[in-house]
Ligand binder design. Structure first.
Ligand code: GLY
Length: 402
């Protein structure tokens, strides 16, 4: 702890003047890198919060074709990420202003506790209210999270043993489950502990087990969408929606998978989840198409690599998951996880990805990809890239302070 604070204090002045180019970032101590990233995250988040304060119910989403801020209401699956960024920046800086902004934007999500028509309620509520409960201690947040879990649990069907992700495209998919859905299990695991209702944990574990069985290939890469037959409960289609091809490895999908199984190990202590997370991590970290700065192309099998867009959101997610996974593992593997995460955090904090103050429509990171095959959100800022980047900074900071 002392070492961290001493380094930060000693370098606070020089950091102001530091251009964050990759060469300089590479020579900085990790404590300095984290401090630089958190400072920028704070500046950008406050600017974003001020920009939307008089637009009731609006939340940041991305940028439009002119590079201007695009927003959504709480219904969009990403609505909880900006409140979550504010909570994390509050955690990293301890500044009361951030807490006030975080409370204000968190309140904009509350109605999603009644959402039953998609699986994203876990993302929406756990990133916002979940972090708020952890950091602010507001008891009223518990009710929101528990009601949200009840809503999410209505999407679980016993004979499939998994939570249904989407309700659209019913002519093609009977019961689609996407790999992203692993992330919603964190809310269910929290609710099981908080309420004592073991059913939530049983659903989450069953979902993780079914996904482990049906989403993964022999090399531990995964499909994006697995659709189950509603009568037999068996998969009837394995496809992609946002990746390059059905058989390709969509980068963010691999990241959701890694993070999801790492988190399920943390929440359950069950070794099969840890082993699975390790295999996914090996696939990602040793992939020949993972670039030197370890920020993946939007799909590991994108056809024009190296002339394809990077996805900073996948890089940030993988970094955050690997930092935590390094703590559950030992020896060379643990070191490799932390080394890769460190390279990613350094890259994301360089001016290749980190926005200058007041630019990038006030998002923190540049260069993410939402859905290239749909020609949507290609090479733009995305609110979840910011969320997992700041989470990775906090996780690394916590390691240095141990
Ligand atoms: N959950 C949707 C995505 O990762 O783009």
């Amino acid at each position: 702890m002392k070492t961290f604070l001493t380094i930060v204090a000693a370098t606070a002045f020089s950091l102001q003047a530091f251009a964050a180019d990759a060469t300089k970032i590479a020579s900085m101590q990790m404590a300095e890198v984290i401090s630089l990233g958190l400072d920028r995250a704070k500046e950008q988040s406050i600017l974003m919060a001020e920009a939307l304060k008089d637009k009731p119910g609006r939340l940041p989403k991305s940028t439009d074709k002119e590079g201007k801020l695009s927003t959504s209401d709480s219904r969009w699956w990403c609505s909880g990420f900006f409140p979550g960024v504010l909570w994390y920046v509050y955690e990293g800086t301890n500044e009361p202003e951030l807490k006030e902004w975080a409370r204000m934007y968190t309140a904009r999500i509350e109605r999603e506790k009644y959402t039953t028509n998609n699986h994203d309620v876990g993302f929406m509520l756990y990133c916002s209210f979940g972090n708020g409960l952890r950091l602010g201690g507001y008891d009223a947040y518990k009710e929101v999270l528990l009601t949200g879990t009840e809503s999410l649990s209505t999407r679980y069907k016993d004979n499939v043993g998994a939570i249904r992700s989407w309700d659209w495209n019913q002519k093609v998919w009977q019961y689609p489950v996407i790999i992203d859905n692993m992330m919603n299990l964190e809310l269910m695991m929290w609710a099981a502990k908080e309420s004592g209702n073991k059913r939530f944990a049983e659903m989450a574990k069953s979902h993780a087990d079914k996904t482990m069985k049906n989403h993964f290939r022999n090399d531990y890469s995964c499909y994006h969408v697995v659709s189950y037959d509603t009568i037999t409960g068996k998969p009837h289609k394995k496809q992609t929606w946002q990746g390059f091809a059905d058989e390709s490895a969509w980068a963010r999908g691999q990241a959701w998978a890694l993070y999801g199984y790492m988190m399920m190990y943390r929440e359950t202590g069950e070794k099969r989840y840890l082993n699975h997370a390790k295999k996914i991590a090996e696939y990602i970290m040793n992939h020949p198409n993972l670039p030197e700065d370890k920020i993946p192309y939007w799909d590991f099998n994108a056809p024009e690599i190296p002339n394809e867009e990077r996805d900073a959101s996948a890089g940030a997610l993988i970094a955050s998951a690997l930092i935590e996974l390094s703590q559950y593992t030992k020896g060379d593997f643990s070191k490799q996880c932390l080394d890769v995460a460190e390279t990613q955090v350094r890259a994301l904090t360089s001016d290749a990805y980190l926005a200058e103050e007041g630019t990038n429509a006030n998002f923190i990171l540049k260069h993410s990809v939402g859905a290239k095959p749909l020609k949507s959100e290609v090479n733009v800022p995305l609110t979840y890239a910011d969320y997992y980047y700041v989470e990775a900074l906090i996780r690394y900071k916590n390691l240095l302070e141990q």
